[in-house]
Write a protein that binds this ligand. Structure first.
Ligand code: ATP
Ligand code: MG
Length: 596
């Protein structure tokens, strides 16, 4: 079962693109393919500026996208949207999608994050083959290009303090003022920039700025900083550098060096697009990068109700131990979702359904849950689990008697067959399936009433035993020997209740974790509250259930529907000892939905 979503989708295959929902990004790509803007270029498999590029036997992708995570955290549901979008487009348009680690920032990046990102993207079903890159691998090019920009008069070293620079930047309504260092000559700038690189200055004393336009209406074009001094050790380049490129400078270059055609990012980068275009146009003029140039396209990020997706907040939840690590099944991380039992296919359906737009909106988490439920309904075999067991004794069934009932593995898939459910004198049923004094409309067990034990016999309740505290300890029934499911005449009994059960001597007691939403409110931290105050105190409940014996052999990540209870997965970490531990993925229905 678990193999279904593990099978990876090859990025270079072309399934029917026309079957896909159209969106504005597809329109752009369609138009570009029509005009031949990005005629397939041969690709040696090695990024680099035009002069360095070896044209080899590489592939000829029609489009080239990239997913560029910063390896400073675990991927979350929002990243899944970007992954499905970028890899999905490449897949549909006979293109290629690169996995690029945007590791230009020397602090905070760790191998642990790199590994988890690789695992998560693979898990979602995508493959980038040899196209895995690190932005830090381009540091030398970025530096060389900066020298070229300086020589051409497109960049200068500014030596104002951070405060002076802020003050002269202007506002939305007021133009900025030129720095007194803006008129330095290329020769002066080059000497200073080289001295910055040589480690001659402390952090913050000089900065390299692009020379664009201090009076631009777009603040991002008012001579943005492109290189800063930072005496820090980088996870990949060590102490080789003490100056590092700014994101706004590095990202367009990374795209151009990798021959990316469509650089898709979230809306907050919209105002930076003019600089993206300005920079690449200058570098193309200087012969540093290939044309046609990549184009940046922005889409609205995923916002989900009942969830926080900010890296800072996720880190806080983990560090303050509000959850059990990054892969806690309640966290909206992809490692967490996987342990929770969510499927990659469920994520892909969710993203396909939501599409991509240009305007920010909130999606209700129940839609993601419904996509998961839908896929699990199709793929998860049915099993029986009694989560809150109470003993039921069939008084007229003999002590040493035992027989087999048959339960279908999937109600709509007869080809999945049936499995034996042993029936005996003592069974476990759900505590809530018995009431000594029934409430109105209660059709299950109460003294004098008959129900069907699903896939088994019709039984009539004759009473119960209680302990000193008044808690029901045993329910007593008599069974109708001629009522066994599937035998002739078995449906002569008209009963309204149909309850599940397991045989006490065949079932086994096992750990089950009932997960619920991590936050109790739609918008955690909304209205100025501390988001921690919005945690749902009942988001995890660990119980001991009575489980059908077939479940004992479940392998890690096997998924099931426990009838009447929801979808469950054998925890991929804690089931390793041979005894599966089950996590509830989702309930059978959205109990919160209106009208249900
Ligand atoms: P931060 O802003 O905390 O650095 P980030 O979410 O931007 O985090 P990155 O690692 O830079 O993290 O993200 C990688 C890619 O995932 C980016 O292209 C980004 O646009 C995309 N992405 C991140 N969050 C979302 C989201 N909620 N919806 C859609 N795409 C997202
Ligand atoms: Mg980011």
């Amino acid at each position: 079962m678990a193999d279904i979503e593990k099978s990876s989708i090859r990025v270079d295959t072309v399934p029917g693109a026309s079957a896909r929902v159209h969106n504005f990004i597809r329109h752009i790509i369609d138009a570009d393919l029509k005009t031949g803007k990005y005629a397939p270029r041969r690709w040696s498999g090695e990024p680099g500026p035009a002069a360095e590029q070896r044209v080899g036997a590489g592939d000829t992708a029609k489009i080239r996208t990239r997913f560029p995570p910063e390896p400073n955290g675990y991927l979350h549901f929002g990243h899944a949207k970007s992954i499905c979008l970028n890899f999905g487009l490449a897949q549909d348009y006979a293109g290629v999608c690169h996995l690029r680690f945007d590791d230009t920032n020397p602090e905070k990046e760790e191998q642990e994050y790199v590994d988890s990102i690789i695992e998560a993207v693979h898990w979602l079903g995508f493959d980038w083959k040899e196209n895995q890159y690190f932005a830090s691998g381009y540091f030398q090019w970025m530096y060389d290009f900066a020298e070229k920009l300086i020589e051409a008069g497109h960049a200068y070293v500014d030596s104002q303090t951070a405060e002076e620079m802020r003050a002269s930047r202007g506002t939305l309504t007021e133009a900025g003022r030129d720095s007194p260092f803006r008129s330095r000559t290329p020769t002066e700038n080059l000497a200073l920039f080289r001295a910055m690189k040589a480690g001659e200055f402390p952090d913050g004393t000089h900065i390299l700025r692009a020379k664009v336009d201090m009076s631009s209406g777009n603040i991002n074009l008012r001579d943005p900083a492109i290189y800063r001094i930072r005496h820090a050790t980088h996870h990949a380049t060590g102490d080789a550098w003490c100056i590092y490129p700014m994101y706004t400078y590095a990202h367009p270059i990374e795209d151009a060096l990798e021959n990316i055609t469509h650089s898709i990012c979230t809306l907050e980068f919209e105002d930076q697009r003019p600089f993206y275009d300005w920079l690449l146009a200058r570098l193309a003029e200087l012969g540093c990068v290939n044309t046609p140039l990549p184009q940046q396209i922005e889409f609205a990020r995923l916002n989900l109700s009942y969830v926080v997706l900010s890296k800072r907040k996720l880190i806080q939840l983990v560090e303050e131990k509000h959850v059990d690590g990054w892969d806690d099944p309640r966290l909206p991380t992809l490692v967490g979702a996987r342990r929770r039992g969510f499927t990659a296919e469920g994520f892909r359906r969710f993203n396909e359904m939501n599409g991509v737009t240009k305007s920010d909106s909130w999606i209700d988490i129940s839609i993601l849950e419904e996509c998961q439920r839908e896929h699990l309904n199709e793929t998860a075999p049915r099993r029986i689990a009694v989560l809150d067991p109470v003993r039921l004794v069939i008084d007229n069934y003999s002590e040493n008697q035992e027989e087999e009932c048959l339960a279908p593995n999937h109600p709509q898939k007869p080809e999945w067959g049936k499995r034996p459910l042993p029936f005996s004198k003592e069974l476990w049923i759900e505590r809530e399936d018995f009431m000594e004094v029934p409430s109105k409309g209660y059709f299950r067990l109460f003294p004098g009433n008959m129900v069907r034990l699903r896939y088994g016999f019709v039984v009539k309740c004759i009473g119960c035993d209680k302990d000193a505290a008044g808690t029901i300890t045993t329910v007593h029934c008599e069974y109708m020997a001629d009522s066994k499911s599937g035998t002739p005449g078995s449906d002569n009994y008209k009963v309204k209740g149909n309850i599940h059960w397991v045989s006490a001597q065949h079932a086994y007691a096992g750990e089950v974790r009932l997960y619920d939403r991590l936050f109790a409110v739609e918008e955690p931290g909304g209205g100025g509250r501390d988001f921690i105050a919005d945690l749902n105190p009942d988001s995890k409940r660990v119980i001991t259930a009575q489980l059908e014996s077939a479940l004992k052999h479940a392998a890690a990540e096997d998924r099931f529907q426990f009838e009447r209870h929801g979808y469950f997965v054998a925890d991929r970490i804690d089931s390793k000892g041979g005894t599966p531990v089950f996590n509830r993925t989702v309930t059978l229905k959205d109990s919160r939905a209106k009208g249900k």
